[in-house]
Design a protein. Structure first.
Length: 282
């Protein structure tokens, strides 16, 4: 049976494991990450202190991208000691609150990690088609009798992702901006510009990956499909047309359906008494 894996924040219950019976120890999240990432790539590992009525100890929420990987991890690890003296209890989450109605895109770093896992480091490539400075002056403010100008640093980026072994090519377009309070300071302006450029490239790369569907087969092989429901104007234009559209008319950005949403971790139906921390992938 095949499973579709998207470049989006996983929200399904079948992708989420609850692990309890955890003993306090240094680096607990890292131990969990190492143990469970053997079954597939993880989106996050979150460790929490037990509620007072449950007694001392900890529990963890582990979120996989693949429901199949989560199921294999549950069956293998449930009742095993793994890295501690007492056995762990592992189950698939069946109750979840604050369930996200809108699935959010993965950030660019996680997109690359997921692509490297399923496609291989040489199985995909990306390039910047255009990175345009569309900055301007947003307005003026009166302060102590002086007119101050607040300069807005704004970049638009178009990125192309290619999967040569599957004959798939997608594009992503993204806008990133920030305001520079002291636009007369060259260092502050340059620093802000570099930061905005990096954000624009990352968002555009993430946008391009959203149009890719990974079809994971039972034998472990991966097929790739283009998600036509995510097709944008950027996919239908030539490179010169795309560059020209960006340069000529900033208002045309609305045609790309650009969004500023960031990925978040969904809350589960347990009391959070410790701050959560997202684990990086190896």
């Amino acid at each position: 049976m095949a499973e579709v894996v998207e470049f989006r924040v996983p929200t399904g219950r079948a992708q989420t494991l609850l692990v309890w019976g955890l003993e306090p120890r240094p680096g607990l999240e890292h131990c969990l990450f190492l143990a469970f990432s053997e079954f597939g790539p993880l989106y996050s590992v979150r460790v929490h202190r037990n509620a007072a009525v449950a007694g001392p100890g900890y529990y963890a929420i582990i979120k996989f991208y693949s429901a199949g990987d989560a199921g294999r991890a549950q069956r293998t690890c449930n009742g095993q000691r793994l890295f501690q003296k007492s056995p762990l209890k592992v189950c698939v989450c069946t109750k979840q609150k604050g369930f996200q109605q809108q699935v959010l895109a993965l950030n660019s770093n996680k997109c690359q990690e997921l692509a490297n896992h399923y496609l291989g480091f040489n199985g995909w490539s990306s390039r910047i088609i255009t990175l345009q400075n569309i900055s301007g002056f947003e307005g003026e403010n009166e302060e102590r009798g002086k007119t101050l100008q607040k300069r807005s640093v704004k970049y638009l980026c178009a990125v192309e992702v290619t999967l040569p072994n599957h004959g798939v090519r997608t594009r992503g377009v993204a806008l990133s901006k920030t305001d520079v309070e002291n636009s007369e300071d060259p260092l502050e302006f340059v620093t802000a510009s570099r930061r905005v450029q990096k954000l624009a490239v990352g968002k555009a790369l993430s946008s391009a990956f959203q149009k890719i569907l990974l079809v994971v087969l039972e034998n472990g092989k991966v097929a790739v499909e283009y998600n036509s429901t995510q097709e944008e104007l950027a996919d239908t234009l030539t490179e010169e047309e795309l560059k020209g559209l960006v340069q000529v008319n900033e208002l045309s950005l609305e045609q790309f359906g650009l969004e500023e949403e960031e990925e978040v971790l969904s809350d589960l139906s347990f009391d959070d008494e410790l701050p959560s921390r997202e684990m990086p992938s190896n």
